[in-house]
Design a protein around this ligand. Structure first.
Ligand code: SF4
Ligand code: SF4
Length: 379
């Protein structure tokens, strides 16, 4: 296993971190505990020392199963990262209550890497209003948490504001070759490095979308590469190519995936990609973006729709389905996450949203396309 130093700390974290948000489950939907414990053991035995969980993962079971592993193993062999569910913190005492419960579930006296979960502009304002930053510092001086960070989902200017708004030690954001200009992106990476923050890269495979059903036009771009890499290898190597990326955090669902990722992490290296290769990655990125059928930036200015259509979300699912050539998966997500009365087929063509669209999209016309696309089963 290769290790990278956490800035400002002597700790060396494994280049691969095990994310515990997409664990194998049994038929009843609960975590398949024996399989997860086997994965955790394999990870530790093979040098992975960063386990990332959260209060909400697997409806709370993720922290619990990690706690079982902690109780049976040498705690000094790995670092635990978990997160405060910011959106559930409603009063000043809530943060401390969650942390106490997390320590209990994780069967430990301290959390190594503690994050404010999923910060965005509004959440950060709320955390400040509830004096959570000061509470984090106290929890650290009490020894209950050791390093303070945040995970992030918003635009770069908000990332910059948050980074500059507190004395963080590390940050976690989506970092992969497709999203270089999305959310924190490469600008966020550069700022984090400049500020000497540890960078935990999440979604290095974009939730698996960069490695499954790769469209033919993208495949033809990769043929120009001088490396005969697998899609997983390509995606992880791009992340590890960045020396300031401390950990590539991947949510793994099977021992086989973990074994493959560990094998790749054994040769993780910064500076592996020369200029020609980086151009190929960029070409692949542009090809993905070119496939997006509706240029919706998901800004939300068109809302509210008087007929409750969830316009940006609907376009988001449609765009990803077409972009990644993964209709079946996205159709399931579309049906699961968008309530029936807010789907594309509920658009009545009233036109109220059209003048508000920042991208001049003919929304009702495109809603027809989306409704048709998701009503048909053919790929
Ligand atoms: S045109 Fe359709 S999506 Fe737009 S506001 Fe009217 S019903 Fe909603
Ligand atoms: S205003 Fe246009 S670009 Fe913004 S979310 Fe609505 S449809 Fe998308």
């Amino acid at each position: 296993m290769k290790y990278r130093k956490m800035p400002g700390s002597p700790e060396r974290l494994s280049a691969l971190g095990l994310g515990l948000m997409r664990l194998p489950t049994a038929k009843d939907g609960k975590i398949d505990e024996p399989r997860v414990l086997e994965m955790l053991q394999y990870a530790v035995d093979n040098g992975v020392n960063y386990f990332d969980t959260a209060w909400v993962y697997h409806r709370g079971e993720s922290e619990q199963v990690l706690g079982k592993f902690v109780a049976q193993n040498d705690r000094s062999k790995f670092y635990i990262a978990t997160k405060l569910p910011c959106w559930m913190v409603k009063q000043e005492s809530d943060a401390a209550d969650y942390l106490e419960k997390q320590l209990e579930k994780l069967q430990t006296d301290y959390i190594d890497y503690y994050l404010l979960h999923s910060l965005h502009d509004t959440a950060w304002k709320e955390m400040r209003r509830l004096k959570v930053p000061a509470w984090l510092e106290k929890a650290r001086s009490d020894g209950k948490i050791r390093h303070i960070g945040f995970s992030f989902h918003d635009k770069y200017p908000v990332f910059k504001k948050i980074v500059n708004g507190f004395d963080w030690e590390f940050c976690q954001f989506m970092f992969n070759y497709l999203d270089t200009h999305y959310q924190a992106g490469l600008n966020g990476y550069r700022l984090a490095v400049e500020k000497c923050l540890g960078v935990i890269a999440m979604e290095p495979l974009r939730g698996g979308k960069l490695v499954q059903s790769i469209p033919l036009d993208i495949e033809s771009v990769w043929k120009k590469s001088s490396h005969a890499w697998t899609p997983v290898q390509r995606a992880l190597n791009w992340v590890w190519d960045h020396p300031g990326c401390t950990v590539a955090l991947s949510g793994m669902s099977s021992l086989e995936q973990l074994q493959e990722n560990v094998r790749l992490a054994n040769s993780a290296k910064a500076g592996l990609l020369d200029e020609k290769e980086l151009k190929i990655y960029n070409r692949a990125r542009l090809e993905y973006l070119r496939r997006i059928p509706v240029p919706c930036s998901e800004c939300g200015y068109c809302l509210p729709c008087p007929h409750k259509v969830a316009i940006p979300e609907v376009f988001g699912h449609y765009n990803e389905a077409v972009m990644f050539n993964q209709k079946r998966r996205h159709k399931q997500e579309y049906l699961a996450w968008i309530p029936e009365d807010s789907r594309a087929d509920k658009c009545v063509n009233c036109g109220a949203c059209v003048p508000k669209c920042t991208q001049q999209i003919n929304i009702p016309e495109r809603m027809k396309d989306v409704a048709k696309y998701f009503s048909e089963d053919k790929e």
